[in-house]
Design a binder for this molecule. Sequence first.
Ligand code: FMN
Length: 207
Amino acid sequence: MDLIEDLKWRYAVKKYSDKTVDQAKIDRILEATNLSASSAGMQPYRLFLVQDQEMKNKLGEGSFNGQIAEAPYLLVFAAYTSMGQQFVDNYIAHVAAEREIPVSALADFKASLEGYILNRSDSENFSWATKQAYIALGTALIAAAEQRVDATPMEGFDSEKFDELLGLRKKGLKSVVILSFGYRHESDAFAGLKKVRAHQEEMVTLV
Ligand SMILES: Cc1cc2nc3c(=O)[nH]c(=O)nc-3n(C[C@H](O)[C@H](O)[C@H](O)COP(=O)(O)O)c2cc1C
């Protein structure tokens, strides 16, 4: 597959068919999403994959995005709302365990993380965490296209309701963006629209 062809093939689907997606494809999209880059590798967000129809119905109630209830899968990107010493300690312990090195070998790295995480307000850290989640959203979109799985990124949802229904608050998380997966309905008029992007020379300035 060619990356440019994948990106030209995808579009933000408005209407889904009821065809489900092979689990192997979903697993690959999730694995790619988890491999996404993040600042200092901290991945200050978590993902929730919703398949339960009743839950999707409740989440989508009142939203202009019918895709929330209609698509067979809904991936919720939720960012941490507060990050303190424990957050840094857990991450450092994880890196040490994965690389099979002592925590003490990461002392300088730990001090630099503390320097910026602990000196920022919760709201600054949440804003940073949200940006990291959006990078993962981009990775998920590309991975879905590579699998020829349709997807729709969405900001049009009731974050408070999502947090409540998915029990995110007690996990210290807040939903920031969502992505549905499935297959486009043959009557989705958006499938045939020409993709509109800035002209390359307007987008990119060569210096
Ligand atoms: C962060 C983000 C939020 C979006 N929110 C919505 C949304 O709530 N509903 C929707 O139908 N499309 C949404 N879109 C899709 C965009 O409208 C779409 O990506 C854009 O028009 C470009 O078209 P294309 O993705 O089909 O090429 C969103 C896209 C992004 C990246």
